[in-house]
Design a protein around this ligand. Structure first.
Ligand code: PHB
Length: 556
């Protein structure tokens, strides 16, 4: 099927896979729109026919990459697997993030890491300490090189062709409309200006951004050189970002640049000493599920899109450079299919040739869904799953965390169907931990010394207040993996809760279903509701694992 579409001026290779080009366009438009677009909005943004948009959305939904919410198509955490493949293959966030975070703590200023992406810079890590008053960027955001501090440093490595395409882009888009993360350019700076900054950066080994993005925002940057690459090219650039209310640009250079340089020296030592990334077990047959989905969904499932997208997830830690054979093996796709997907991605700027017969992902893979999801919260992750659960069991479902004192739980997300409690529970409501199923699950994971189980007041005739009995209940909750509380908080109210664990296995929250005691017996609750609840917790945990791999997920 020869491709007829032209996305831009470059000719589309005849072997490119049209549905893959269209699927990528949908993901990019959703990302630029902040994560959500209606189907008709997507139609306008991509220029595709409505029936095509619907089939692409159905396919992406099947993959878990989007949710269909009424008329809206919404990016969902599993799509971060694409950007994670790039970040894992790159290896820098795993080695350098902790250094960046420590510097941000020490300076009490934001610190970020960026890589060069054609004539722009793209963030691969953000340790944000930004107060009000200035924009803050997200992992995956793309900025025009000339309006940043890292830009001139990357430009020291640009080829003539890169300089040429930079000039062409500036002429074609004088207001930076193509960069959705930055406000439009107001002061037209000359090309020569940036050429001078790049020449300075080469001499100094650092660069400044004195309010090039917006008034008040200042940054200082130092390149992190990669000793592994032999030549000592720039692996990424480390930035300290502040506001003129705290530091002028000159002040950043005088006071914070030395500390940034010291941190960069540590980062370079880390890169030097890091053992070669050892691939986890190579994935195999990533794409085998697509045939079954095709059988089930028929015309609505665009199999070539689903297959093509799995090609990106064949890359990862210790798998930065793959041959066609590697990709075919990891995905289970025929070589010809894998090859056409790679050709398509190369055309789209998402894959580049690397080394001898290898391919590698480019930073642009982060433009497929990453920025809007990279600053999510557990509550946001859980909400659609709670709504589905509430729909299935016809009862209210909630997510809660333990308050810092450890004495109360606080609701952070909720899907209500009925109101069975005399108190109206909303997000933010606090209740005593010891008398709730959510609290028991959370207390069960605390070290015994941190549990406060003395002087507990009975809330109903059935409330457990005896510390020894309560300890037994917590031990039960821990070994069984759930807590059931029967009319101990309020007469007539029964609830069952299970823990939500993060990537490290730590319990970070709990989910529950609450119901009127007359609706189901305790046995029915365990038999019918608990499995659904566990399934929901499993989905929340799976999303949290993907979202939390390189980005920070807020827990409350
Ligand atoms: C940022 O990390 O937000 C940042 C970095 C460099 C800049 C501006 C902002 O020049």
């Amino acid at each position: 099927m020869p491709a007829m579409t032209t996305l831009d001026d470059r000719a589309v290779p005849t072997e490119a896979v049209t549905p893959l080009i269209r699927g990528v366009a949908v993901l990019r438009q959703l990302t630029e729109a902040g994560g959500t677009l209606s189907a008709s909005g997507l139609e306008r943004a991509t220029g595709l026919a409505r029936s095509t948009v619907d089939r692409i959305a159905a396919t992406l939904a099947r993959m878990g990459y989007v949710r269909l919410d009424g008329r809206d198509v919404v990016l969902a955490p599993p799509v971060m697997a694409l950007g994670n493949a790039y970040l894992a293959a790159l290896g820098l966030p795993a080695l350098l993030s902790a250094h960046a975070d420590a510097l941000a703590d020490a300076l009490d200023e934001s610190v970020s890491l960026a890589v060069g992406d054609r004539d722009g810079i793209r963030f691969i890590h953000q340790a944000t300490r930004r107060r009000a008053m200035s924009l803050s960027f997200r992992i995956g955001d793309l900025l025009p090189a000339e309006r940043t501090a890292p830009g001139p440093l990357f430009a020291t490595e640009w080829t003539d062709a890169q300089w040429r395409s930079w000039r062409e882009r500036r002429a074609a888009d004088p207001e930076d409309r193509g960069f959705v993360a930055v406000p439009p350019r107001e002061h037209l700076s000359s090309d020569a200006d940036f050429e001078r900054r790049a020449a300075r950066a080469r001499k100094d080994g650092w660069a400044l951004d004195d309010q090039l993005i917006e008034p008040g925002l200042v940054a200082v940057s130092v390149p992190v050189r990669d000793p592994r690459a032999g030549g000592g090219g720039i692996a990424c650039v480390a930035n300290v970002v502040s506001h003129t209310s705290r530091h002028t640009a000159a002040d950043l250079r005088d006071t914070l640049l030395p500390r940034l340089r010291a941190a960069v020296a540590e980062m370079e030592r880390e890169l030097r000493e890091a053992p070669d990334a050892r691939p986890a077990a190579a994935p195999a047959g990533l794409a085998v599920w697509t045939g079954a989905s095709k059988q089930e969904l028929g015309r609505e499932f665009v199999e070539s899109l689903a297959r093509g997208l799995t090609v990106l997830t064949a890359f990862g830690e210790g798998r930065a450079e793959l041959t066609l054979t590697d990709v075919a093996r990891a995905t289970g796709l025929a070589r010809a299919t894998a090859r056409r997907a790679l050709i398509t991605y190369e055309h789209l700027g998402l894959v580049r040739q690397s080394g001898n017969r290898g391919f590698a992902l480019t930073p642009s893979v982060l433009s497929l869904g990453y920025p809007p999801l990279s600053r999510t919260s557990l509550a946001q992750i859980a909400t659609p799953h709670l709504a589905e659960l509430a729909d299935r069991v016809h009862e209210s479902a909630s997510l809660a965390v333990l308050t810092p004192s450890g004495e109360e739980i606080q609701y952070t997300a909720r899907a209500a169907t009925s109101r069975v409690m005399s108190v109206n529970i909303t997000v933010g409501t606090r209740l005593p931990a010891y008398a709730t199923s959510l609290g028991r699950v959370l207390l069960a994971d605390l070290p015994p010394a941190e549990r406060k189980l003395d002087d507990l007041a009975p809330l109903t005739p059935r409330t457990t207040t005896d510390p020894a009995t309560l300890l037994g209940a917590l031990e039960d909750a821990r070994t069984r993996g759930y807590a059931l509380v029967d009319e101990e908080l309020e007469a007539g109210l029964r609830s069952v809760a299970v823990p939500v664990r993060d990537r490290t296995g730590r319990v970070v929250a709990a989910v529950n279903v609450a119901m009127h005691a007359a609706r189901r017996s305790v046995e029915e609750c365990v038999r019918d509701v608990l499995p659904e609840l566990m399934e929901t917790a499993g989905r929340v945990e799976a999303d949290l694992r993907v979202a939390g791999r390189f980005a920070r997920v807020a827990m409350a």
